[in-house]
Design a protein around this ligand. Structure first.
Ligand code: AMP
Length: 271
């Protein structure tokens, strides 16, 4: 594995690859990331993984400070997977130019995490734009776990770059909790409860989708029930279309989206 820390080295290494797969990450690697890397390795002749915890996409400084980092373990995982390139830049390398103020969310996109995490997706689109200017990937592999992120990046990239974003399925642990670097911050009990919440919502989505009369008031009841039973604070619990993320009227394919705080840790998922 070639480790690249600056743009000069990166250019030299990947310039000639016409079938490059790119897996952007913030490290704290787990089986979710590993599945993306394996999909890339299957589909592309070379795979580049980036590890960069982008300060500009954190709307909360404390959240940035406590974001789980485990670079030693990340290296181990990437060597084992025989990844071709690891790009691990410093902030000074990435932010030679100031933040791109032109990147703004449309009103329609200020929903879910776009509504509750002010500036988050602007930071995400900005960093992806910086990466894609220097990484001419054929495919970019991203997880459906972060569905709104994937949706926004896909739409942004489509208009500006040749790279194609590929949706990858959400990987869950044996308790059905979606893997996330943030799970490392959970206590054993919180981890267990988060699994119960996932299991509950998976079942709920299935039973709801079978109902003839789909009633939104049920969703409010479910929200209250979960908040009370597990002592969590739910930021949003919404049925939205997968194609345009509009509130679902159940005529198109839809998913159930959730963001909640368990203790002070914010988790998101969709079913
Ligand atoms: P992150 O390191 O959290 O920024 O995530 C990097 C990439 O891994 C993103 O495309 C995520 O959607 C994806 N990812 C994170 N968790 C999972 C998961 N449990 N299953 C599949 N993909 C995931």
């Amino acid at each position: 594995m070639k480790i690249l820390t600056n743009i000069f080295e990166l250019n030299k290494a990947i310039n000639n690859h016409s079938n490059l797969g790119f897996v952007p990450t913030m490290g704290g690697l787990h089986n979710g990331h590993i599945s993306l890397i394996k999909i890339s390795k299957n589909r592309c002749s070379k795979t580049l993984v980036s590890i960069y915890v982008n300060p500009n996409q954190f709307n909360n400084k404390k959240d940035f400070a406590k974001y789980p980092r485990n670079i030693k373990n990340d290296f181990k995982i990437l060597y084992k997977l025989k990844v071709d390139y690891l790009f691990i830049p410093k902030t000074s390398e990435i932010y030679k130019k100031k933040r791109n103020k032109k990147i703004k969310l449309n009103k329609n996109d200020k929903i879910m995490c776009g509504k509750y995490r002010k500036g988050h997706f602007e930071g995400v689109l900005d960093i992806m734009d910086r990466f894609l200017r220097i990484i001419k990937a054929k495919y970019i592999f991203m997880g459906e776990k972060d569905y709104q992120q994937l949706y926004l990046i896909k739409n942004y990239i489509k208009k500006k770059y040749k790279s194609v974003v590929i949706n990858c399925p959400t990987i869950r642990d044996k308790n059905k909790l979606a893997l996330s670097s943030r799970n490392f911050l959970l206590s054993k009990k919180e981890h267990y409860n988060a699994g119960l919440i996932s299991k509950f919502l998976i079942k709920f989505k299935i039973s709801f989708s079978r109902k003839k009369n789909k009633n939104y008031s049920l969703l409010i009841q479910i929200k209250n029930l979960l908040e009370e039973k597990f002592r969590i604070r739910i930021e949003y619990l919404e049925f939205r279309n997968t194609s345009d993320l509009k509130i679902s009227n159940f005529k198109k394919k839809y998913k159930l989206f959730i963001a909640y705080y368990i203790n002070n840790i914010r988790l998101i998922d969709n079913f």
